[in-house]
Design a protein around this ligand. Structure first.
Ligand SMILES: *[C@@H]1O[C@H](CO)[C@@H](O)[C@H](O)[C@H]1NC(C)=O
Ligand SMILES: *[C@@H]1O[C@H](CO)[C@@H](O)[C@H](O)[C@H]1NC(C)=O
Length: 389
């Protein structure tokens, strides 16, 4: 007993010593929270130090406004698979959008394993770039605020991202990623400011988040599997979208996606699956949309397989994408247009195993309508508007 106690005590003291030793406070390294001094190199040196050790490390960002230009956190040569980044402050993009506008990403993690971010605000300061894009001037395409690329075992919790130049958060080529308590906001007319975009990734979970933006709240690209989205407030924005898919002829499919307990408020779409009207061998299968509340949503339930803006680059207008096994269950509320349910599937590859269960959508005080083309499946329980499958 005595020996067990001293072993425990030793373990406790030993570990807490390590934990204190491996905290890198960016301010102690030279960063300034004054909103004007470029602090990028101090963040990168904190990262380099954390990576150099095999023991768990914390990078700490105290209160303050830290100006960062493009920051790439590389996992290659990183010995550490337990790095926590605790942020009490705000990271600010440069006020001149040109500084990061053509860089693709503002803050990027690449090839990392075992990184957690707790708290913090990322201010992309994108409003002047959106204004440029709205005028006829030539402007940079804009940077994604935060990207994880080819990474695994990532957790982000309580992070706020506002006014991104382009997409707010992108997860691509990743495995085992958990995002929760995210607050994402950009104005409803900001271009391409998707909240969270996921592609080529497996095992991503998005929980308990509030997303208001000018594009999709969450967009799901090719090669996404085992995705779980739950308890989200979406709006304004374009809703939750699987797609656009099927631009490429050879394209990895989307499989096993759950979207549950989401409120959509004043969005253009609720849940959408969208594919280009082009040849492709991609697919979407095993999707469940469950417990959704629609409040004045233009297209609450929509599959659009004829996406082809300006009728360009879609020679046959037939999507090669195969959509099957999609369930809509317990979906209520109001549609902002008469057609509340629209399945516009591919003539060449009709949608199959579409299931509607307990759907009740109304339009003003009139009956809403459903419209189907090349869609097969079943409906059970109350389904209003009545199913056209
Ligand atoms: C589907 O994805 C969930 C996570 O979202 C996972 O728990 C489950 O095991 C997956 N199912 C299959 C059949 O892979
Ligand atoms: C459908 O929703 C409307 C409006 O919320 C409600 O009045 C009606 O009772 C619901 N119908 C069914 C069958 O649940």
């Amino acid at each position: 007993m005595k020996m067990l106690y001293s072993t425990l005590l030793f373990t406790f003291v030993y570990q807490s010593t390590i934990a204190t030793a491996l905290t890198y406070n960016v301010v102690n390294l030279g960063a300034k929270g004054d909103g004007k001094t470029d602090s990028t190199k101090y963040f990168l040196s904190a990262w380099a130090s954390a990576c150099a050790s095999a023991s768990p490390a914390t990078i700490y960002v105290p209160k303050g406004n830290y100006l960062l230009t493009t920051a790439n956190f590389q996992g290659e040569n990183c010995k550490n698979d337990a790095i926590a980044i605790r942020i009490d402050g705000t990271l600010m993009a440069p006020s001149d959008y040109d500084v990061i506008g053509n860089a693709g990403n503002w803050i990027k993690f690449e090839g990392v394993n075992g990184v957690s971010i707790y708290g913090g605000v990322l201010d992309g300061r994108g409003t002047s770039l959106w204004a440029c894009k709205a005028s006829s001037k030539t402007c940079p395409s804009g940077a994604t605020t935060l990207r994880f690329h080819n990474s695994k075992n990532i957790a982000i919790s309580g992070l706020t991202s506002s006014n991104s130049q382009k997409f707010h958060i992108v997860i691509d080529g990743c495995r085992n990623v958990k995002l929760q308590g995210m607050k994402i906001s950009a104005s409803s007319n900001s271009p391409n400011t998707d909240g969270i975009h996921i592609e080529l990734s497996s095992g991503v979970t998005v929980l308990n988040s509030r997303i208001a933006t000018g594009d999709d709240c969450i967009s799901i690209g090719p090669g996404t599997s085992n995705l779980w989205i739950e308890n989200i407030d979406c709006g304004p924005g374009h809703g939750i979208s699987i797609g656009s898919l099927g631009w490429e002829l050879q394209e990895p499919g989307v499989q096993n996606v759950t979207v549950k307990t989401v409120t959509f408020t004043d969005t253009t779409n609720g849940v959408r699956i969208k594919t280009w009207g082009r040849p492709s061998n991609g697919f979407v299968k095993g999707v469940i949309f469950q417990h959704l509340l629609m409040a004045n949503v233009q297209n609450p339930i929509i599959i659009d397989q004829n996406y082809c803006p300006n009728n360009k680059n879609c020679p046959s207008q037939n999507s090669g994408m195969k959509i099957s096994d999609v369930t809509y269950q317990d979906i209520h509320g109001t549609s902002g247009t008469k057609v509340a349910v629209k399945f516009d599937c591919s003539k060449k590859n009709p949608c199959s195993e579409i299931r509607l269960e307990e759907v009740n959508l109304s339009y003003k005080d009139q009956p809403a309508e459903a419209s189907c083309a090349n869609a097969g499946g079943t409906s059970t329980g109350v389904v209003k508007p009545s199913s056209c499958l």
